[in-house]
Structures are given as structure tokens and as C-alpha cells.
Design a protein around this ligand. Structure first.
Ligand code: A2P
Length: 279
């Protein structure tokens, strides 16, 4: 597995295993064990996913040393005034001693909080303390748009090292990616396969056939070629392996452009500036 470097030089495996939709069920332990066997060392979870304890069972029992795993957790919105306790709870649940990366799951929504920028600043100052205390090796955010990042950077002592956003063919959010590139913030892609629906788009299927790979493999390499770290999800061991087997694929510049220009084919529809469901 290729490694990338975060702004503080902490190394991060270039493809991570996404765990959204996996729940605290015995079968989840088997799925995580399958992912470890398939070669995943980077796991992305969140308190809000409701799977930390089961992931912790797999991490606690694996023979893979902790130093070879990269584990990301996320602070849920309800815990904004409770950051240290939320982080230590996640570390305990995940049986992982420390987190490699701790992310703010959602910015405070302007549709819910008049003082959204101040809420985000306060939360960020707490994450900085966790980093300085060594509970987490790196810190970052998710779903932050450019103006939300700009506001945060006004007072951040430590800039975010990661911004995890919805990113897949047809939804590139190029303004956010460009801003992050300029500020040495690694962009991670959630739903890099467009939650699976995108994989049936005929143009993508045709292009994948040309390269003799699957649409999922083409989508994952497309992320990497755009400097974005993909976090694909699959419960199927064969697909898990397939989704890691992408590093030999060489997409031509012309085809990369075709993929970059593909129209929107659907996504989550979640917008961190207007969301009221959870702010
Ligand atoms: P499954 O778990 O049955 O493999 P995303 O990562 O964008 O959220 O997409 C996840 C969806 O994509 C899941 O429904 C998953 O189904 C499907 N998926 C993951 N990898 C592949 C693949 N290599 N080929 C086809 N579908 C895939």
C-alpha cells in the first residue's frame, strides 16, 4: 500500500476502508477481519456510525501491530462541548490507544447556528489540545466549504491537515479541493463510488472496459490521480481486494479530463451550509 504524508509528516495509507453503514453487529467483526486480510490498514469510522465497539473488537484481536494501522475517528455534533471525553470514549471503544486522525464530522450549519464560525473555532481549539496532548496523531475536518475553512484558519494555531468531503465522479467540488491543495490540507473522498449508483453510468462502464478494469477501480484511481484519498466501502471480500488493486492502472490525461467533466449523476445532496437535519 502506498503511503501519503500529512502536513505534519504523519503517514497515511493512500486508500482507506470506509465503514459508514456498518453497525455494531457480530458480522461487522468478520467484515473488518476480511478487510484486514484484503490488505486494508487504514480504517475510517465515526462515533455517529454506531460501529466503534465492533471495530474495536477486530482491532483489539488482530495480529497486525497497532503501528501498522491508521484509524480515523470523528467528533459528532452533539459532543461539541464535550470534545476530550468524546475522543477518549472513541479511543476506548476502538481499542486503539490513540487515533491517527480525529476529524470534526460536520461544521456548525449557518442554517442552525447564527454564530457558526465561533462554534467551529471553539471546537477546533479543543481538537488542537487533543493533538498537543498526543491523544491523536493528526487533526482535521469534514464537509467544510471554502468560506468555513477560511473562517477557521483565521484563528487556528494548527491548520486542519485533512478535509473529508463527498467526492466522486460527477461531484468534484473543485473549489474546495483547490483551496485545500493551496493550504496543504489533504482531501479525503467519502462515497468515492457515488454510493454504488454511479458505477452503472454507461460512459464510465465503457471507459472501464477500455482499461479492462471495473468502474469502481477506475473511480478509485481517478480520485488518486486528482490527489484525493478515496475511502471506498464494500462488504464483499473480492470487491475489497479489487478496490485496492488500482496502482498499476494508468489513466491517460485525455480520459482523466473526460472523467473530470462528467455531469452530476447524483449524490447525497447534503450541504453543510444549508443543512438543518443535524447542524
Ligand atoms: P458492496 O458492499 O455490496 O460491495 P461508496 O464507497 O461510494 O459509498 O459505495 C459503496 C457501494 O459500492 C456499496 O453499495 C458497495 O456494495 C458498492 N461497491 C463497492 N465496491 C464495489 C465494486 N468493486 N464493484 C461494484 N460495487 C462496489
Amino acid at each position: 500500500m502506498q503511503l501519503l504524508q500529512l502536513a505534519n509528516n504523519h503517514q497515511i495509507p493512500a486508500i482507506g476502508y470506509g465503514t459508514w453503514r456498518l453497525k455494531n453487529k457480530p458480522t461487522t467483526v468478520d467484515i473488518i477481519n476480511d478487510a484486514i486480510s484484503a490488505g486494508y490498514r487504514h480504517f475510517d469510522t465515526a462515533f455517529a456510525y454506531g460501529n466503534e465497539e465492533t471495530l474495536g473488537q477486530a482491532f483489539g484481536a488482530t495480529k497486525v501491530p497497532r503501528s501498522e494501522l491508521f484509524i480515523t475517528g470523528k467528533l459528532w455534533n452533539d459532543d461539541r462541548s464535550n470534545v476530550r471525553a468524546a475522543c477518549t470514549r472513541s479511543i476506548k471503544n476502538l481499542q486503539c490507544e490513540y487515533l491517527d486522525l480525529y476529524l470534526v464530522h460536520w461544521p456548525a450549519s449557518p442554517a442552525v447556528h447564527k454564530d457558526w464560525a465561533e462554534v467551529n473555532r471553539k471546537v477546533w481549539a479543543e481538537l488542537e489540545k487533543l493533538y498537543q496532548a498526543g491523544l491523536v496523531k493528526a487533526i482535521g475536518v469534514c464537509n467544510f466549504k471554502v468560506n468555513q475553512l477560511e473562517e477557521l484558519l483565521k484563528t487556528a494555531k494548527i491548520p486542519p491537515m485533512v478535509n473529508q468531503i463527498e467526492y466522486h465522479i460527477g461531484q468534484r467540488q473543485p473549489d474546495i479541493v483547490e483551496f485545500c491543495n493551496q493550504h496543504n490540507i489533504l482531501v479525503e473522498a467519502w462515497s468515492p463510488l457515488g454510493s454504488g449508483k454511479m458505477l452503472k453510468v454507461p460512459e464510465l462502464v465503457q471507459l472501464a472496459e477500455k482499461y479492462q478494469v471495473s468502474p469502481a477501480q477506475l473511480s478509485i484511481k481517478w480520485c488518486l490521480d486528482n490527489g484525493v484519498l478515496p475511502l471506498p466501502k464494500s462488504k464483499d471480500p473480492e470487491r475489497m481486494r479489487q478496490n485496492l488493486d488500482v496502482f498499476d492502472l494508468k489513466i491517460s490525461p485525455a480520459d482523466l479530463k473526460i472523467l473530470n467533466d462528467m455531469p452530476y449523476v447524483g449524490g447525497s445532496g447534503l450541504d453543510s451550509e444549508t443543512i438543518t437535519l443535524f447542524g
